[in-house]
Design a protein around this ligand. Structure first.
Ligand code: F6P
Length: 524
């Protein structure tokens, strides 16, 4: 499919004119005063998620041009190509079909009808593996001898399951402890193992490739610990979640749950990599998680662009990055349970869209992914919100709030009311500002934010929230014309680390730059 580069489209030129004419001096308070319908026009209902976009530096005219940009860049065709199973990950010649993992078996009959001919075989494999994985999850949940589950994985094989297990802690109906070990720093594994007994522990070795240094090093050490502690039965106490079943078997693991090369690591929590989530919330809960994400996919696939939440968010990201020049976005979940969401989204956004070349490898003359960062509220307020309110850079903030508290102390002691008051107040303060002649107490205001609201934090709403974020990253990546599904940028450091590891052992500094050689000498 021949696509126009975004900055060569008529819409891009029109957006530049629009930005110069009104966009760069956009006045949020003025916009609300001028348009009583602003909240309604810039809010959007999507499955399980309500979004208020009205406190963003955008109006009807600029959003209409952004929608033109999407059409002129072929966003709809590109989206449809993904859902049809085409090889859109061109640098790896792979399809991108994580959406298939959440086309829930609950709706299997309907799903089979919908599933395009070309991907029916994959869909069938998905269902079989999902059933097997959920049966195993239930078996482990019922096994009272297993009290501790240790997930060993890194990147997408850690961040997603860890984030979701924490987020859905209220839905964990069996008393099991979950631990996540990712860092090759041995202190992490040692710290977790300290309190464990081999006969009560299940290790999940989570690695798409089953070659990642950190994971393999931790997995070997875990096995050594298990054997040294008198543990018996690797088959019962180790399972592998991987596309490389042969390597897992070679490691000595016979319980394996596979997935496929068309699932990117950062999109893999819907696959076997999600096993810790299923063990925490049960098979039915995991199916609800998938169904929530599927509902968001259907919204993304079918809603008109103008009322399509992932599209509106992705286009806003382009507007802020390429026209306003904002180089970062802060994510502030006002929910302690969502405390790992910023780390999870960091990988999703920055590993997907942190690219400087187009699909054919040509350098792009415009910026792509912003830096994504954040902490849960209200903690962030007492750390870096100072800069958000009064710093020299404008950082769009994305708030995530949950209407109904699910856990005990909130209502009893008014915690939840305070939490919600704070999230609303921060969004309001960023927009309103406050004038003070003295300077130090002056708040410029007019600082943009988006407000995402979940009725309740449930498996379904979490699934929808994550699928929303995946699809919005797809949208901005599609506009920029980059391949959001490879990650070559992580390879060089991995290769050099292997070389340096050998040099640390041998002391050979031949050919090294003076800084690396000097540091290496000090480290030996
Ligand atoms: O180094 C980056 C990366 O490839 C991520 O994309 C991936 O999520 C992570 O490493 C872990 O890879 P694996 O699951 O193959 O161990």
């Amino acid at each position: 499919m021949k696509r126009l580069r975004c900055d060569q489209t008529p819409a891009w030129a029109a957006l530049q004119i629009c930005f110069e004419a009104s966009g760069k001096n956009f006045d949020l308070k003025g916009a609300f005063a001028a348009d009583p319908q602003r909240f309604a026009s810039f809010s959007q209902d999507a499955p399980h998620v309500f979004a208020d976009l009205s406190k963003n530096l955008i109006d009807g005219a600029s959003e209409a041009l952004l929608l033109d940009l999407a059409r002129q860049c072929g966003l709809e065709q590109y989206r449809d190509a993904m859902f049809a199973g085409e090889l859109i990950n061109r640098t790896e010649q792979r399809a991108v079909m994580h959406f298939l993992l959440r086309n829930p078996p609950l709706a299997r009959a309907e799903g089979e009808k919908e599933t395009k001919k070309g991907i029916a075989a994959e869909a069938a494999q998905v269902y079989v593996t999902l059933d097997a994985m959920l049966a195993y999850a239930e078996q482990v949940r019922a096994d009272d001898a297993i009290t501790d589950v240790v997930n060993i994985g890194i990147g997408g094989s850690d961040l997603g399951p860890q984030m979701a297990v924490l987020a859905l802690g209220e839905f964990a109906t069996r008393a099991k402890r979950f631990h996540f070990v990712s860092n090759v720093d041995g202190n992490e594994l040692a710290g977790v193992l300290k309190g464990l007994k081999p006969q009560n522990t299940l290790f999940l070795i989570a690695s798409k490739t089953f070659t990642t240094t950190e994971t393999m090093t931790n997995a070997h050490s875990a096995r050594r610990w298990f054997e040294a502690q008198g543990g018996e039965g690797i088959a019962r106490h180790f399972a592998a979640l991987t596309t490389n079943v042969a390597a897992a078997n070679e490691f000595g693991i016979t319980t394996t749950f596979g997935f496929w090369d068309w699932v990117g690591g950062r999109y893999s929590l819907w696959s076997a990599i999600g096993l810790p989530i299923a063990m925490a919330i049960g098979a039915a809960g995991f199916r609800e998680f998938l169904a929530g994400a599927h509902a968001m996919d259907e919204h993304f696939r079918t809603a008109q662009l103008a009322h399509n939440l992932p599209v509106r968010l992705g286009l806003l990201d382009v507007w802020y990055r390429n026209f306003h020049g904002f180089s970062s976005r802060s994510i502030a979940p006002y929910s302690s349970a969502l405390r790992r969401l910023p780390a999870y989204l960091q990988q999703l956004e920055m590993e997907s869209n942190g690219k400087r070349v187009d699909m054919s490898g040509k350098a792009l003359p415009f910026d792509t992914a912003p830096v994504l960062w954040g902490e849960p509220g209200t903690n962030g307020q007492h750390a870096y919100f100072q800069m958000l309110h009064q710093g020299t850079s404008v950082v769009p903030v994305e708030f995530v709030a949950v209407k109904q508290a699910t856990c005990w102390p909130h209502d009893l002691l008014g915690h939840h009311g305070k939490l919600l008051a704070n999230v609303l107040a921060q969004a309001q303060a960023l927009m309103r500002g406050k004038q003070d002649a003295g300077g130090h107490r002056d708040f410029p205001g007019n600082r943009p934010s988006t407000f995402l609201l979940l009725e309740q934090l449930t498996p379904a709403s979490l699934g929808a929230l994550i699928a929303l974020q995946e699809n919005r990253v797809f949208v901005s990546g599609a506009i920029w014309g980059i391949n959001s599904f490879d990650q070559w940028g992580v390879e060089l450091g991995k290769v050099l680390a292997k070389d340096i590891e050998a040099r640390l052992a041998s002391g050979n500094i031949d050919g090294l730059d003076a800084s690396t050689a000097g540091l290496l000498a000090r480290l030996r």
